[in-house]
Design a protein around this ligand. Sequence first.
Ligand SMILES: NC(=O)c1ccc[n+]([C@@H]2O[C@H](COP(=O)([O-])OP(=O)(O)OC[C@H]3O[C@@H](n4cnc5c(N)ncnc54)[C@H](OP(=O)(O)O)[C@@H]3O)[C@@H](O)[C@H]2O)c1
Length: 310
Amino acid sequence: MSKPPANRFRPSDHTFAAESLAQIGRGYVVPDRVALITGCSSGIGRELALALHRRGTIVIATARRAESLQELADLGIATEALDVNSQADISRVVHAIKTAYGRLDILVNNAGYGQMGPLLELDTRSLEAQFQTNVYAPMALARACAPLLKSRGRGVICNIGSVSGVLATPFSGAYCASKAALHSLSDVLRLELRPFGIRVVTVQPGAIASEFGRHAETSLRGILAPDSWYKRNEEEVRARALESQQNATLAKDLAKRLAGELLRKRPRPILRYGNKSKLLPWMARWLPRRVRDWLLARRFGLRRLQLVNQ
Ligand SMILES: NC(=O)c1ccc[n+]([C@@H]2O[C@H](COP(=O)([O-])OP(=O)(O)OC[C@H]3O[C@@H](n4cnc5c(N)ncnc54)[C@H](OP(=O)(O)O)[C@@H]3O)[C@@H](O)[C@H]2O)c1
């Protein structure tokens, strides 16, 4: 097997932070876990790479643009370019991990984005792209990594879902549906992979400070044409795209909590963390559907629209 090129996987380069060394000294951290994380250019993925690295995990941080990982590389974290929608990229990175480490303990499917806008204004291509990145790509990564995760009998697949997959809201239907699908796939994977020593953790974050809102706003380009049925709701549509950044919890707080969970012997199957991560599932579970619909319709200006159209 060829040697990994310079500046890629260099296990010997890993510098463990003082915090981890202290923990190793106290004898309760075994610094031999290898973790692959997608979407580390910003936000949750980036902070999780740092948090796991600090705890002595060997992290392979990936992102579409390798240059966006330079800061992590400077800290001694292994980095690699990976577009989660490219099967060739996935195969290359998994092969490189196998060559360099011979194992993988944790896969974090974090890369994702929110396609916003009224559902009927999204063409099939936008819907497919949303499901490709948020649903099919995590499954492709799980498939490619499963043999390595199984080999030591204690692998973890962590899928970053969303509270939006629990309570669907107007003007974000494609995103909510993609995360609901990911939750459902995770539930089945958890059962199907447990006999092989692989645990599956679904994270359902609430509002987390990151680049998510900026990317979500960009996804609105070309939506709400002058003759749109929802032209009057332009403000609400835009507000929905930016909602995750209102009173948002710091990504590094979620990352710290999640890193601790992933390194536990028996991580919990579902982790909800961040502003509104408890309130929205509570609404989904306990509010009568008519009440919930009424509240959401009012909140997103759909009752106003109904009155205008009557
Ligand atoms: N922020 C929140 O409030 C929130 C709440 C619930 C769930 N989430 C979920 O958390 C995850 C991380 O999001 P974030 O909040 O940290 O937002 P973010 O800062 O926008 O990070 C998203 C990451 O995904 C990457 N990505 C998107 N498409 C990709 C592709 N095809 N291949 C590789 N990487 C790709 C982005 O890379 P580029 O830089 O190349 O675009 C970026 O690194 C997402 O799955 C999101 O749905 C976020």
